[in-house]
Design a protein. Structure first.
Length: 637
């Protein structure tokens, strides 16, 4: 089971301490928390900590220029590949950029690919305008000297006073990432006590409302379907309207699935509170647990007139909600509605809001005050020297902490520092200019990021696999090309030892090979594959994504087929690699599938070669254990 309970417990403990302080210091309901507001400013005029009345965005003064006007994707994406005056250090981040032009003509394959390229065109123009402005202000220098950091790690607002319509919003400057959390302390009140929490994305030009990445609706007196209290979770976009809602308690308990190994709805929600059970926090000891003398009370995490501490946590597969320290519900991410896209937290309805805390937010490190900066920068590449191994790392724009953890740990292997092995992060653009600004500075500082000409939607990550093959064969010449993730710890020395022992230089796929897998046909599955996408009942052999290696001939063939438009696009990137290799095998390539069970797809076991789902803290711990004892021992969170 993934280790969520430690994070949930620590967050809840802190919030309950705050709650205790509130109760002791403010026995009368009219008084609430008092605390200085976190002092954070940025170059924009909007204060991210300011709670303001929610209102519709301003209307487009020129509706004829809105997104309703049809423009070809080729024209929109032309700005992505227009020649610009880049410095040498900026070019280091764009080695594969122009090699990916062909993606535009094949963008119809994936459902969100057209939007990913179109939106990237606007994001890139905004970033380049910002770069030019900074360059002008710094007298032509390509470095932004003295630029204030923009992405805060922690936001808080207390001593809340209710506005007229009980509607508030909190701007989250750089989105959310795994491990981020938003804690809300409040009292459901008013006539019904119904309230909702919405996580919304960036406004889309020409559309009146932003997409809702998570709609968390608490209905204390039920709705048209039930008279009992219920929590309704959903998503919303202009193009797709409301998605399939998830209700807690669910109408069909047998369909209560799990997200991050936690139930979509805690089985206790809606159940009778029996005599002698541990009383839920919102069931007062002064009141009997029966209603009308006989009917028992039903457990529900929120209660009208009672204070609650609700923490919404970002997991690997979805959002997790705990109330008063207890896990209540989960909600799986939907494609193009992922946590890194969140720009605001909106709260409205019948709730007396006391405080809100957003923590674990993505933020980059301040390189100007870093004492070991030189050892964290990527060693220069020599085009005349053949590499033993090139490693491409999947990462998303606001995963600053994960990339820093990789730089401080397994990128410090001597074979990496000496240039025998090269490592690069492959990162798509963000819809938020602030994140792109930080990413651009990070890329120029460390020289180990390859920017992708598309918005980083999960459904098109296969494009990054192509980019890794391009870099490993066209930018550098490497005997082997490896793909991994930014939350994977890679024992580079053991990978090289294993490749040497295999003693195969052509037609090799090395990794945790899966030779007997089937497409997921459940439409609710994150990995759902329709018969149109893959008609066969089984996949060809493939290697799990946290760490696999291909020989250079395979990587070269993938790039050549990509350029010719002959590469079958498949949204599961690790399975896609297996499909491509199987196609080469049909055409005569002798393929060697080398399985290594020391590559762990989920978690870590002692003796690992690759450990997946490792937090930045665990990455540093794993590296320390290797340095101290030369032993691959796992770390507990």
């Amino acid at each position: 089971m993934k280790r969520w309970y430690g994070g949930v417990f620590s967050t809840s403990f802190i919030m309950l301490l705050l709650l205790g302080y509130y109760i002791v210091q403010n026995p009368i309901k009219e008084n609430y928390f008092t605390s200085p507001v976190f002092n954070y400013t940025n170059t924009l005029s909007t204060n991210p900590l300011e709670w303001i009345t929610m209102a519709a965005p301003p209307a487009d003064p020129n509706p004829e220029n809105s997104a309703q006007k049809v423009v070809s994707i080729e024209k929109i994406s032309s700005s992505l590949f227009r020649p610009r005056n880049y410095s040498l250090e900026e070019k280091e981040s764009l080695h594969t950029w122009n090699h990916l032009k062909e993606l535009v003509s094949h963008s119809q394959v994936f459902p969100n690919a057209v939007d990913a390229i179109r939106e990237a065109g606007g994001a890139w123009n905004n970033l380049m305008s910002s770069v030019e402005q900074e360059r002008t202000q710094s007298n032509g220098s390509s470095q932004r000297s003295g630029k204030q950091k923009q992405c805060p790690h922690f936001l808080s607002k207390m001593n809340m006073t209710a506005l007229d319509d009980n509607s508030f919003k909190l701007w989250v400057p750089c989105g959310l990432t795994q491990g981020s959390s938003v804690t809300i302390i409040g009292i459901p009140n008013g006539l019904l006590g119904n309230f909702k929490i919405d996580l919304t994305g960036e406004h889309i030009p020409g559309e009146p409302d932003p997409p809702i990445i998570l709609h968390y609706n608490v209905r204390l007196h039920g709705d048209k379907i039930t008279e009992n209290p219920v929590i309704v979770q959903n998503t919303w976009t202009v193009n797709h309207d409301w998605g399939e809602e998830k209700r807690c308690p669910p109408p069909n308990p047998e369909k209560n699935k799990k997200v991050d190994d936690l139930e979509e709805c805690n089985a206790r929600v809606g159940q009778d509170v029996k005599h002698g059970q541990n009383r839920p926090a919102n069931v007062s000891a002064k009141h009997p647990v029966t209603h009308n003398g006989s009917n028992p009370k039903k457990y529900f995490p929120f209660k009208q007139g009672f204070l609650s501490v609700a923490t919404l946590r970002v997991g690997s597969e979805g959002f997790q909600m705990t109330v008063d320290g207890r896990h209540i519900s989960s909600f799986a991410y939907h494609e193009t509605l992922e946590p890194w896209l969140v720009s605001e937290v909106r709260i409205s309805g019948d709730i007396k809001l006391i405080s809100a805390v957003a923590s674990g937010l993505p933020t980059s490190e301040d390189s100007e005050h870093m004492i070991d900066l030189d050892v964290l920068k990527a060693p220069p590449l020599s085009p005349r020297k053949q590499l033993d191994l090139f490693i491409g790392v999947f990462s998303t724009a606001n995963n600053f902490k994960r990339r820093m953890a990789v730089r401080r740990t397994w990128m410090q292997y001597e074979v990496v520092r000496s240039g025998q092995v090269a490592v690069r992060f492959f990162v798509g653009l963000h819809k938020n200019q602030m994140v792109n600004d930080e990413l651009w500075d990070e890329a120029r500082t460390y020289g180990d990021i390859q920017l992708m000409p598309f918005i980083d939607y999960y459904s098109i990550i296969t494009w990054k696999t192509i980019a890794i093959c391009i870099f490993g064969t066209e930018v550098v010449s490497s005997k082997f090309v490896m793909k991994t993730d930014d939350d994977a710890f890679v024992r580079v020395d053991e990978i090289l030892t294993s490749l040497k022992s295999v003693n195969v230089t052509r037609g090799l796929l090395y990794g945790l090979i899966n030779s007997d897998s089937h497409p997921h046909r459940d439409p609710d599955s994150k990995w759902y594959i329709s018969p149109e996408e893959w008609s066969e009942e089984t996949y060809p052999p493939w290697a799990h994504g946290p760490g696999y290696v291909v020989s250079s001939d395979i990587a070269k063939a993938i790039y050549k087929n990509h350029k010719k438009g002959h590469l079958k696009m498949f949204k599961l990137e690790d399975v896609a690699m297996g499909i491509w290799i199987a196609d080469m095998k049909k055409k005569g390539l002798e393929v060697r599938y080398e399985k290594d069970e020391r590559i762990f797809n989920e978690g870590c076991k002692d003796g690992y070669v690759v450990a997946h789902y490792q937090s930045p803290r665990e990455m540093l711990c794993l590296w320390q254990k290797l340095q101290e004892g030369k032993r691959a021992a796992c770390c507990s969170d």
